[in-house]
Design a protein around this ligand. Structure first.
Ligand SMILES: N[C@@H](CCC(=O)N[C@@H](CS)C(=O)NCC(=O)O)C(=O)O
Length: 216
């Protein structure tokens, strides 16, 4: 059965690939699993039909038969568990790749999201600039350590894995801030992820929707 995911009918980023369906599309593309997309408007996301799929009224979701999942991390993990290509077969390497997925979502993404929230919701506040500086310091703490750990390696732990897919997806959100440029090896890491044919197909598919084109 072909899984169906949900995505924004009109993404607030206009197709820069920041909406979290992109990471799910990327995982599908890496493992060669075709998928369908059900587009939802902001209003429809808060209607009972979608709230039954996603308790917080967000995208992305994943449906396959009776299975309904939400949370991009859980969805990518599910795809990676079901198909070869995103998690190593060897048990300890697999556990480490999963740890990197959690690190991306739980340790690196939070201050990056804080930055977005500050820009979007708090820009009128007199303390916005001060808060932004503090948030950027917290981001730099994480990126500094991540940069040290990555060193000159291509990927975080051996071959490309779901851990890298998630980490690159999270770091991409920093592009417009310029902070990533302070860490050349992380910029190169993100560029390597974006250069993967699977990422390019995923990006193009979500861009086509946001540019008003029919998906290929
Ligand atoms: N932790 C969730 C976050 C989901 C999320 O924030 N989705 C955004 C799009 S990227 C959304 O639906 N925003 C609209 C809203 O929250 O109303 C995940 O990783 O899936």
């Amino acid at each position: 059965m072909t899984p169906t995911i949900t995505a924004f009918e009109h993404s607030p980023d206009g197709g820069q690939g920041l909406a979290r369906d992109t990471r799910v599309r990327w995982a599908f593309e890496e493992v060669g699993q075709p998928y369908k997309v059900h587009l939802v408007s902001f209003n429809a996301m808060k209607e009972p039909e979608h709230m039954a799929r996603h308790p917080f009224g967000q995208i992305p979701t994943y449906e396959e038969g009776n299975l309904v999942l939400f949370e991009s991390g859980a969805i990518v993990f599910h795809i990676a568990e079901r198909h070869a290509g995103l998690l190593p077969a060897e048990a300890e390497a697999r556990a480490r790749a999963i740890a990197w997925m959690f690190a991306a979502l739980n340790t690196v993404e939070p201050p990056i999201l804080d930055r977005a929230t500050t820009w979007i919701s708090e820009w009128k506040e007199p303390w916005c600039e001060q808060r932004l500086r503090l948030v950027d310091d917290r981001i730099r703490d994480r990126l500094g350590d991540l940069s040290t750990r990555l060193g000159s390696a291509d990927w975080l732990d051996g071959p490309f894995s779901a851990g890298d897919l998630m980490m690159v997806s999270v770091l991409i959100r920093l592009r417009s801030s310029g902070i990533l440029d302070e860490y050349p090896n992380l910029s190169a890491y993100v560029a390597r992820g974006e250069a993967r044919p699977a990422y390019r197909r995923a990006f193009a598919a979500q861009l086509a929707i946001n540019a008003g084109k029919q998906p290929a």
